[in-house]
Design a protein around this ligand. Structure first.
Ligand SMILES: [Ca+2]
Length: 88
């Protein structure tokens, strides 16, 4: 979130002006739409099967290894799927 605000603030003033705020607001709207669209099971979270297409829709190209790292950090308390992915 902090990074998003910092990257949205582009004129060096240290504050978000109206145009920068509108740009940030549009990003939040886009990300909210993507989250809701790709949360297929309506769990209000993105599991490892949902995150890759969601990131792709957001315009981010992320390789499978990075997805696995994100999953380990944020998404999956049960990591048996990762073990199965890596060793099968
Ligand atoms: Ca979900």
């Amino acid at each position: 979130m902090t990074l998003t605000v910092v990257t949205s603030q582009s004129n060096g003033s240290g504050q978000l002006d109206w145009e920068e705020f509108q740009g940030l607001w549009e990003k939040f709207r886009k990300w909210t739409y993507i989250f809701v669209k790709f949360d297929k099971n309506k769990s209000k979270s993105l599991d490892h099967r949902e995150i890759t297409p969601a990131l792709t829709a957001a315009g981010l190209r992320v390789d499978e290894f990075v997805i696995q790292l994100i999953s380990m950090r944020y998404m999956e308390p049960d990591m048996t799927w990762l073990h199965m992915t890596m060793y099968n």
